[in-house]
Design a protein around this ligand. Structure first.
Ligand SMILES: Nc1ncnc2c1ncn2[C@@H]1O[C@H](COP(=O)(O)OP(=O)(O)OP(=O)(O)O)[C@@H](O)[C@H]1O
Ligand SMILES: [Mg+2]
Length: 369
């Protein structure tokens, strides 16, 4: 995967910019608040169809303007391709892939494969399960179009089932006659989601272990554990019908508890991934640098899994990745990214060899000679 060029208009603080990238390490260098992260956000938007900052689409449009345009040229599978998006009115207003109009964003997601690492990803280790589920959903959706469909259906069914539980206060008979249909459907989609998540976590763990072995000389060993609806000890996720039945049983045997709570209490919307370092919960026991290394290793694993899936290494987008890493960890990272295309941001250009340096100033991007 090779990002060639991004053209951006009225996106964040960028009035208009055309920025070309080369193979190897591209560095966006500039002071704070100049537009380094904004450009990475624009590139990643073309990959996942939304902002990684979780902002509303309107917040990305430059102050005082009505729409923003993004257009990314990239190379994949030996072909030059492009994605163009117009953001406006709180959504992606129009989209094109290879100059052909696209109606659904799901047709774009996964075309341009990139892995993003940014300081906010520390929340993958530090915060609650929602962040980790979102990480899994983005990573697996890019690789498995069926997963994205299952997830969308699951969320729709969950919404309906929750609405039914809430309405049961007034209409218990309706609840009792229809809940089973939703429980069946939820269990069906949930089993598929659980299988994909469990498999992804297992594969990612293998790469994280390798990464830490090199990075810390085997002093630190991470583990990842998928905590799905069957809890720690259930290992039947590969068998869809087994998981489906287990989830269905939970959903059909605990109606009173769910009515009391006013929501669906079992399913993949409650999943988590336990992250451990040397057997201890990373969230409570790791130093800041260790947490950062874990998040980074998870991203490196994402890149490796993406390569297995699509045959090409994704473009690595690193926002302020080197701060807080000691020399050994920095050296490992710089060695690891050799030969891959990286677009990274930094305030200081010292400390590593950039193949291509781009100076960022007030929403403008100039190639350094
Ligand atoms: N919708 C918008 N319209 C105009 N400017 C915006 C918009 N959204 C954000 N900005 C501005 O963009 C500027 C640059 O943001 P960005 O996050 O890219 O900085 P940065 O170069 O990554 O800085 P740092 O080194 O601090 O991370 C900020 O000052 C921010 O206020
Ligand atoms: Mg930034």
């Amino acid at each position: 995967m090779l990002a060639r060029k991004i053209t951006v208009s009225d996106f964040r603080n960028i009035a208009h910019a055309e920025v070309s990238f080369e193979e190897g390490i591209n560095v966006l260098c500039g002071d704070n608040a100049q537009g380094k992260t904004n450009l990475l956000e624009a590139i990643y938007f073309a990959s996942i169809g939304k902002s990684f900052r979780g902002n509303h689409t309107n917040e990305m449009i430059r102050f005082g303007q009505k729409e923003a345009l993004l257009s990314l040229d990239f190379r994949t599978g030996g072909r030059e391709q492009s994605i163009s998006l117009c953001l406006g009115g709180g959504r992606v207003r129009a989209a094109e892939k290879n100059r052909v109009k696209i109606r659904r964003m799901s047709e774009i997601v996964g075309s341009f494969r990139a892995v993003l690492f940014c300081p906010e990803h520390l929340s993958l280790i530090k915060e609650g399960p929602a962040e980790r589920r979102q990480f899994l959903d983005i990573a697996i959706s890019a690789a498995e179009p069926l997963y994205m469909g299952a997830l969308q259906r699951y969320n729709r069914i969950l919404k309906q089932r929750n609405a039914l539980i809430k309405a049961a206060e007034k209409d218990k008979a309706l609840f009792e006659t229809t809940v089973d249909i939703w429980s069946r459907q939820l269990a069906h989609e949930g089993a598929y989601i659980a299988k994909s998540r469990q498999r992804y976590v297992k594969n990612a763990e293998g790469y994280m272990k390798e990464c830490f072995k090199e990075m810390t000389g085997s002093r630190e060993e991470p583990s990842l554990l998928y905590l799905g609806v069957g809890g720690k000890d259930f290992d039947g996720y590969e068998d869809l019908s087994k998981t489906e039945e287990m989830l269905y049983q939970k959903l059909s045997q605990n109606h009173e508890r769910e009515l009391g709570a006013g929501a669906t209490l079992w399913g993949t919307h409650k999943d988590d991934v336990e992250v451990l370092l040397n057997g201890h919960a990373a969230r409570s026991f790791c130093s800041q640098g260790q947490q950062r290394s874990l998040a980074l290793a998870l991203k490196i694993a994402e890149g490796e899994l993406c390569k297995i899936d699509c045959g090409e290494y994704p473009v690595l987008l690193f926002d302020d990745v080197l701060s807080e890493l000691d020399r050994g960890r920095r050296e490992y990272l710089l060695k690891h990214i050799k030969g891959k295309q990286v677009i990274m941001t930094t305030c200081e250009k010292e400390g590593f060899d950039a193949d291509h340096l781009i100076v960022v100033k007030n929403g403008t991007y100039r190639k350094a000679e």
